[in-house]
Design a binder for this molecule. Structure first.
Ligand code: NAD
Length: 258
């Protein structure tokens, strides 16, 4: 870690100790240390599969089969994953009253499993499946067992309707209630901490800009540069787990109650 990054970690710890309305915003990068690949890094999901667009999913059985094939390959990794130091640090900060909310682009529920309580899932969750006709819900394990037993396009056991994971697909709008809450959290925040997002996906990436426009200090922890680095008060281009462990240690050293 460079001197500038160590300085950014100390600034972040001081900022968190002083903030009254700190909010975290996480992307796929916070879960790579739990073994779930992100989208854009080499070997990530996009380098192997083009995403299935929402309209194609609804209208084309071949695309639905491709969707379930991708899911059949990716879900075992989600089920095996455990929260890492980054997720755990955010849960501890919230429990200590130092973090108001986690806004996440992730669909793996690792924040909830780490103990975070206020989690705003912009892209829904992959850990549940829903019937688009009658709304019956299935656990991801139930549907995975059906896929592994050879079903190529599982349908609802009650009504025969199309099943889909409760994620937001490309071409599908964000859930408006969750988006409004996330927007309000960003606008009301005094410290906005981005962890593991390339900040390339809109409209989610507009949240840090909104926070800064309304006076928040911005910190970005991401291995690669992002388009918003120049706006930030501190940038750490290093792994999230060790960075958050160092931040928690620094918070302890400045006497902040955790
Ligand atoms: P992204 O793949 O576009 O960007 C991830 C960023 O994290 C990259 O810039 C990378 O440099 C950084 N990164 C990866 N591992 C890191 C680490 N250990 N420490 C520090 N930085 C690290 O991800 P995104 O911005 O979240 O957008 C892609 C979309 O992918 C999201 O909308 C999300 O819904 C979906 N997605 C979710 C998961 C998940 O739930 N875990 C996994 C893959 C994709």
């Amino acid at each position: 870690m460079t001197d500038a990054e160590e300085q950014s970690i100390r600034l972040l710890a001081t900022g968190l100790s002083q903030a009254r309305r700190a909010v975290a915003f996480t992307g796929a990068g916070i879960s790579t240390e739990s073994g779930i690949p992100d989208f854009r890094s080499p070997g990530g999901v996009w380098s192997r599969h083009a995403p299935v667009l929402y309209d194609d999913f609804l209208n084309d059985a071949a695309e639905r089969r491709r969707y379930w094939q991708i899911r059949k390959e990716t879900i075992p990794g989600f089920l095996a994953a455990r929260p890492n130091a980054g997720h755990l640090a955010l849960a501890r900060l919230e429990a200590a009253g130092r973090l108001r909310a986690v806004i996440t682009q992730n669909i793996d529920e690792l924040h909830q499993r780490a103990g975070s309580r206020r989690v705003l899932e912009l892209h829904g969750t992959a850990m549940q499946v829903q019937c688009l006709e009658c709304d019956r819900r299935y656990t991801c394990e139930e549907v995975q067992a059906r896929l592994e037993a050879g079903e190529q396009e599982p349908v609802c056991a009650s009504c025969g309707g199309i099943l889909k994971s409760m994620t937001v697909s490309f071409g599908q709008p964000l859930p408006p209630g969750v988006w409004m809450e996330a927007f309000q959290e960003a606008r009301g925040s005094d410290l906005f901490l981005v962890l593991g997002s390339s900040l390339l996906v809109q409209p989610a990436a507009s949240l840090p800009e909104t926070a800064v426009r309304h006076g928040a200090r911005l910190f970005i922890v991401n291995r690669d540069p992002t388009p918003l680095d120049a706006l930030a008060d501190g940038v750490v281009r290093a792994a999230i787990g060790p960075t958050m462990e160092a931040t928690m240690k620094a918070l302890g050293e400045i006497g902040s109650v955790l």
